[in-house]
Design a protein around this ligand. Structure first.
Ligand code: PEP
Length: 251
């Protein structure tokens, strides 16, 4: 099955407002309307409204880097799914390993975030991945399976827009990407789990992105793998030239 590829730039906690606007302009100018893949930029929260405004006439989509697990209430500092939806934001990264590690986000809280995002028609990009010590202990499958099962309460109908991002923690920001074969092995397992849980149609359709030190120099071989449906890109998305080379990968 041909799944449309998605390239997502996660800017994390980088860029001033002016730098962000310049980066958006450079990317928008080089993503043609007829491009056969989806491009999503995830700037910091305060820039989202302007990012939506500046990409409105282009195929570039805007995503948030996080979303709160309730729609509203006394949760100082948090940003909810209906708030993001009201801005025209279309995607939300959920469960990035930095959120799991530094903000102690649990499987349970991430499941709620995914559900709130879906309820407001935001496409969740649900991240999961093992640490190096898990891989060395032969626990990769057990870890990603447990993390994935956190969203198994979702129905098949709601799951159609869910996007998974396999991001081995040891590959994030380290310059050391998983090999295409290592990534493909996990992606195929995740697709198999999705098929078991939601049926073959959902399993075939669900997009599974790879993240972890993706660069212009490794994107072509990664995207050649049958179960890799795009990439989540951190460091390399902060340079327009590098990110655009990734967006326009051969394939
Ligand atoms: C990320 O932040 O999701 C990521 C994959 O970062 P990097 O591309 O820098 O490894």
């Amino acid at each position: 099955m041909k799944r449309r590829k998605i390239l997502v730039g996660n800017w994390k906690c980088h860029k001033s407002f002016d730098e962000a606007i310049t980066l958006i302009a450079e990317i928008v100018a080089n993503v043609p309307l007829e491009l056969d893949r989806t491009v999503v930029l995830c700037p910091p929260f305060p820039y989202l409204a302007e990012a939506v405004r500046r990409t409105r006439e282009s195929p570039v989509k805007i995503g948030a880097q996080n979303v709160w697990q309730e729609d509203s209430g006394a949760f100082t500092g948090e940003v909810s799914a209906p708030m993001l939806a009201s801005l025209g934001v279309e995607y939300a990264i959920v469960g990035h390993s930095e959120r799991r590690q530094f903000f102690l986000e649990s499987d349970e809280c991430l499941a709620r975030k995914v559900a709130r995002a879906l309820a407001w028609n935001l496409t969740p990009i649900f991240c999961l991945g093992e640490r190096w010590e898990d891989r060395e202990a032969g626990q990769t499958l057990a870890v990603v399976q447990r993390q994935f099962q956190a969203v198994f309460a979702l129905s098949a109908e709601t799951t159609t827009s869910l996007v998974i991002a396999y991001e081995p923690v040891w590959a994030i920001g380290t310059g050391r990407n998983a090999t295409p074969e290592q990534a493909e092995e996990v992606h195929a397992i995740l697709r198999g789990l999705a098929m078991e849980r939601w049926g073959s149609a959902v399993g075939e359709a669900i997009r599974i992105l790879y993240g972890g030190s993706v660069k212009a120099s490794n994107i072509d071989t990664l995207m050649a793998m049958p179960n890799l449906d795009g990439a989540l890109i951190g460091g390399a998305s902060l340079s327009a030239a590098e990110f655009l080379r990734i967006v326009h990968f051969q394939g």
